[in-house]
Design a protein around this ligand. Structure first.
Ligand SMILES: C=CC1=C(C)c2cc3[nH]c(cc4nc(cc5[nH]c(cc1n2)c(C)c5CCC(=O)O)C(CCC(=O)O)=C4C)c(C)c3C=C
Ligand SMILES: [Fe+2]
Ligand SMILES: [Fe+2]
Length: 377
């Protein structure tokens, strides 16, 4: 993806009244994914060499990270082969970027979205150079992870800080660390859940109960015990969506998918919840709650692997809520987050220069968790 922009001086950007408009770069973070089959192994190496992911002493990491990546390559390659030989994550993020720019057109600032993937291109270095070349006067860091984890947002922000320094990018920077309970995000997600719930209900016999499995990416339990706020924030997101749904007696549960290492991960696992649903003779509606784009863990793990498992177990129905992608209500929610951050009305957490998280974003125990990750690096 070519993020380079013709770099004109900021003063060339005028609003309708002829006044200058400040240039604000919005940096969208996501994990990234391989762009062809040959990239699967180096992508996995980047992932498992990250100290935020593989928490072992630094002298072991290069060897162990490459070893785990090599062992994981086959299973991951099979998944990307199902998706046509690459991850769709970059294209979907580019669509989100263009949709968000369109939603912000006509505002008092000139907004442009840039993408920084953590483990495959375009990564932070390339992105920071493009932001500098564009002549950004302000930067807003917006992770496409609603919940903060040291393994995702924390790792991306650390990579960005190093890349921005290297690119000589020294402009005021605001960080939107997490938006797990943002009312517009919750409302957009609830609307998607409701549509899928109604469709599922319409195809099921009245006697068959329907249970919503809010399925989030899992984490090793040790990371949560070390202070990572992710699980707590996932629970907050689910509570906000369920409240918005307002369905009395809604049968729902939070569960965790995508375990990839042998340690103990947080639970219950999505597989365990499929077993429970089979036992209870309940159909399931699976709602991804920590991903806002489709990718291998939704399109393969949820749509192929867990679906087959549900059939094998005799779960009487298996349905899925799509990821947000460029859903207009979701893009409007992102727009609201950007404007609130720029307006200073809901200035952010400790990452935003020591200011407190606003109440609507909940507690923000990130700084402590972040410090621990840096100690391990
Ligand atoms: C110890 C390993 C991993 C942790 C911890 C982890 C956390 C985590 N990941 C996401 C979101 C995504 N993960 C994706 C791919 C992916 N993740 C891991 C491992 C860990 N993730 C691997 C090995 C892979 C590669 C795919 C595979 O081998 O199965 C992706 C992108 C996938 C794509 O198709 O592009 C996303 C997105 C979250 C939200 C999270 C913790 C909060
Ligand atoms: Fe992951
Ligand atoms: Fe925060």
């Amino acid at each position: 993806m070519d993020q380079t922009a013709p770099a004109g001086p900021p003063s060339e950007i005028l609003d309708r009244a002829g006044a200058t408009r400040p240039r604000v770069a919005i940096v969208l973070f996501n994990l990234g994914g391989p762009d062809r089959m040959e990239s699967v192994r180096p992508f996995l190496e980047n992932l498992f060499l990250d100290p935020a992911i593989l928490r072992v002493p630094g002298f072991v990491r290069p060897w162990l990270g490459r070893f785990i990546a090599r062992r994981r390559t086959r299973a991951a390659s099979e998944n990307y082969a199902i998706l046509g030989g690459k991850s769709p994550l970059l294209e979907l993020t580019e669509e989100q970027a263009r949709a968000l720019e369109a939603a912000l057109a006509g505002e008092a600032a000139e907004y442009r979205c840039f993408i920084a993937m953590r483990y495959w291109h375009p990564m932070s270095e390339e992105c920071a150079r493009a932001v500098a070349a564009w002549g950004a006067e302000e930067v807003l860091l917006l992770p496409l992870y609603p919940q903060y984890s040291t393994t995702t947002t924390g790792s991306s922000l650390a990579a960005w800080a190093a890349a921005a320094r290297q690119a000589g990018l020294a402009v005021p920077t605001t960080t939107l660390c997490c938006w797990h309970s943002d009312p517009a995000f919750a409302a957009a997600t609830a609307a998607m859940v409701r549509r899928a719930h109604d469709e599922a209900r319409a195809t099921l016999p009245a006697a068959v109960p329907l249970r919503i499995l809010f399925s989030a990416h899992g984490l090793p339990e040790s990371i949560v015990k070390a202070g990572d706020p992710y699980q707590w924030q996932v629970e907050r997101s689910v509570a906000a969506v369920v409240e918005r749904l307002g369905i009395e007696g809604l049968d729902h549960v939070v569960c965790y998918q995508s375990r990839v290492t042998p340690q103990k991960w947080i639970g219950p696992s999505t597989e365990e919840e499929l077993e429970r649903a089979a036992h209870d003779k309940a159909a399931v509606l699976v709602c991804p709650i920590a991903f806002v784009s489709e990718h291998s863990e939704t399109l393969v793990e949820l749509d192929v692997e867990y679906r087959e498992e549900a059939e094998r177990l005799g779960v009487p129905g298996y349905f899925r809520v799509p990821a947000q992608n460029s859903d207009p209500d979701f893009i409007r929610a992102l727009r609201g987050l950007v404007l609130a951050a720029q307006g200073g009305g809901r200035a952010l957490c400790s990452f935003a220069g020591g200011r407190q998280c606003p109440k609507s974003f909940g507690d923000c125990p990130h700084a402590r968790a972040k410090a621990r990750v840096q100690e391990m690096a």
